[in-house]
Design a protein around this ligand. Structure first.
Ligand code: NAD
Ligand code: UFG
Length: 338
């Protein structure tokens, strides 16, 4: 079985490529390196000891994308390619709708043309908006408050319409909660451009000395310690969830939506404490006001994925902290100096 992985050198795509290769799938990676480095390809090969083809292609380039389908006998696509910075999407919505929504349309059109109609798609818990109470279930009403989230919601709608228009499509929409951690080899991990938006890469950059201190956004939320609660999930568990979703789309006509989370919420202060315990490194922080658009509490009800996909997150918060730190300490500047 040959699987095209779009955005395959990104954070989640690279970990999923490793799991696919370990499971014996053929992998074809596609990325335009807008938010990743070619070195990731060497690292994936080093971890798995397996070779695969990779393409430096923009998803929006219909012609070159078509060639990938011509040159490879593809069975399914796992689609990670997209932009993901919420703040940037507010400042530049067209860039986000263009890349995320139009990119997905070009991909689906090409898949249809080459009769490859099996797709696993990266959505986000952000589509649950601010009005639903956690634990979040897949049947809740969706809403968004930024163009990034809207792009995910629109793509979910497009994929549903596609399935109802042509029942040969098999689609699995995965709503990720907060992926952190890294492969246990320390060879691949999250490598944000510039100042990190997300909590864990900020913590590890403080730990490694790249940044002086963490700023905690809000300590007046209605939570046990006033800081925001999230469902952190190890990226390797998340990657394994994709294998399960893939197995299902390969055999079953479906349009499914699954939460991929642990079902456990940790506050910002909880995460700092667990990181300090796991690594022995102190994380200095200052308290600041809330970040616009943040919800107080967000965690999954992961039962549907457990029941239907037979998937459950296995790694705990210490694994997540330890593996995030191993990656950062072995690669203080990410892939940049390579
Ligand atoms: P990432 O930025 O590390 O990976 C995305 C990859 O896609 C990058 O390597 C980038 O270069 C590539 N890419 C972007 N646009 C492209 C295009 N037009 N053509 C080809 N390649 C392109 O992000 P990630 O954290 O691995 O996220 C993967 C997917 O999961 C994204 O769709 C993201 O929105 C979604 N997601 C991520 C999170 C998270 O917290 N990381 C949470 C929910 C959903
Ligand atoms: N936080 C800080 N300081 C920081 C960064 C984050 O205190 O420097 C706090 C946030 O306020 C929040 C928590 O840490 O309470 C987690 O924040 P992240 O930015 O790591 O994660 P979010 O839940 O805000 O956002 C993530 C993805 C989004 C996605 C969303 C919902 O980054 O793309 O989950 O799935 F939309």
């Amino acid at each position: 079985m040959n699987i095209l992985v779009t955005g395959g050198t990104g954070y989640i795509g690279s970990h999923t490529a490793v799991e696919l290769l370990n499971e014996g799938y053929g992998v074809i990676l596609l990325d335009n390196f807008s938010n990743s480095k070619p070195e990731v390809i060497n690292r994936i090969k080093r971890i798995t000891g397996k070779d695969f083809r990779s393409y430096n292609i923009d998803l929006l380039d219909k012609k070159r994308l078509g060639k990938v389908f011509e040159e490879n006998q593809l069975d399914a696509v796992i689609h990670f390619a997209g932009f993901k910075a919420v703040g940037e999407s507010v400042a530049n919505p067209i860039k986000y709708y263009q890349n995320n929504v139009v990119g997905t349309l070009v991909l689906c059109e090409t898949m249809s043309r080459y009769s490859v109609k099996k797709l696993v798609f990266s959505s986000s818990a952000t589509v649950y908006g601010t009005d639903n109470n956690s634990p979040l279930t897949e049947d809740m009403t969706l809403s968004t408050n930024n163009p990034y989230g809207s792009s995910k919601m629109i793509i979910e709608m497009i994929l549903r319409d596609l399935y109802y228009s042509d029942r040969e499509w098999r689609v699995s929409i995965l709503r990720y909660f907060n992926p952190i951690g890294a492969h246990e080899s320390g060879l691949i991990g999250e490598d944000p451009n510039g100042e990190p938006n997300n909590l864990m890469p900020y913590i590890t950059q403080v730990a490694v000395g790249t940044r002086n201190k963490l700023t905690i956004f809000g300590n007046d939320y209605p939570t046990h310690d006033g800081t925001g609660i999230r469902d952190y999930i190890h990226v390797v568990d998340l990657a394994k969830g994709h294998i399960k979703a893939l197995e299902r789309v390969l055999v079953e006509p479906c349009i499914d939506v699954f939460n991929l989370g642990t079902g456990i919420g940790y506050s910002v202060l909880d995460l700092i404490r667990h990181f300090e315990e796991s690594t022995g490194i102190k994380i200095p922080f200052v308290l600041s006001g809330r970040r616009p658009g943040d919800v107080a509490v967000c965690y999954a009800n992961p039962e549907k994925a457990a029941k239907t996909l037979n998937w459950k997150a296995e790694k705990d918060i210490h694994d997540m902290c330890r593996d995030s730190w191993r990656w950062q300490s072995k690669n203080p500047d990410g892939y940049k100096l390579v």
